[in-house]
Ligand binder design. Sequence first.
Ligand code: ATP
Length: 353
Amino acid sequence: MHLEKIEMTGFKSFADKTVIEFDQGVTAVVGPNGSGKSNLSEAVRWVLGEQSAKNLRGKKMDDIVFAGSESRKPVNIAEVTLLFNNEDQTLPIDFSQVSITRRMNRNGESNCFINKKPCRLKDITDLLMDSGIGKDSFSMISQGKVEQIFQNKPEERRSIFEDAAGIAKYKSRKISAERKLERTEEHLNRVEDILHEITSQLTPLEVQRNTALQYQNKKKELSDIEIALIAVEIETVSEQWQLSKKELIQYQERTKKLETDQSEAQNYLSILKHKEAKINDDIDLLQEEHVQVIQKLEQLEGQKNILEQKADFSTKSKKQQKEIIQDKVKLIEEQELNATTLSSKSKEFTLKK
Ligand code: ATP
């Protein structure tokens, strides 16, 4: 992996956009004191994830933003981009060129980008972790650090050699693995505690489980019996319903017949009433006739008596006697006819009644 280019805008003494390209081989930056050489390495350190203002020779982080000079006004944003050639895939990302950008404004607001896509600062440190170019790696030795290395105690110096040998990342992984192991052991202890607690509850729980199972079985049995009973009830009720339905049909038929009979009887009754009225009229008529006939009979009887008296005591001529006899015969015939009519009317009346 090779650092191809640095672009800086508004970072410390680099107020204007400054681009420095690094060719293959060694690149030296030369300049008088205070010309900004250390600012350049700090720009690299900052992009690689430096979060200490002190390590960037400032009091607070936004001191990295160009604060102005005699000839220039201050700017509000500092931005630095490092462009790496990643053809050898040192950085675990599927690009042959990788740009890493960090930006900050005076309010302390900070943004990071990998290949111009916004990301977290942690994404940048994670990307660089195994590459050997982290902010504290051996690949970055700032001014005065060489002297410090020589003055360090052997064990302090060891970390620099470990970093140079590329085992720092394994050490960091080991530390992180040990931490994970500790946490796992803590979890294991907790699990054992819980297991112990649960084991002591197992017997009463087993009893409860058996009781619950028995309850479930009995409940199922009860439910089955209830269902069977309901089925039988349904069957009985259904049969009764069918029977009642048949009976209802029979009753309906009978009612219909009775209604017809009633209607016929009513018709017959009205006919009879009509006949009765007519008979009553006939009776009235006959009675009137009867009275008339009786009156006539009495009248004829009277006339007969007179005629008999006349025949006995007067000296009437034979002709007169013959006429009297003829009148008498006629009267008798008329009397007989009236008697016959009266008798037949009486019979007819009795029949009609
Ligand atoms: P030396 O050889 O003494 O280490 P150097 O070349 O490394 O010097 P630096 O220390 O990197 O130079 O640069 C310091 C210069 O940067 C100073 O002139 C300082 O005024 C300027 N400078 C630092 N911070 C800012 C800032 N925030 N705004 C403007 N200029 C700044």
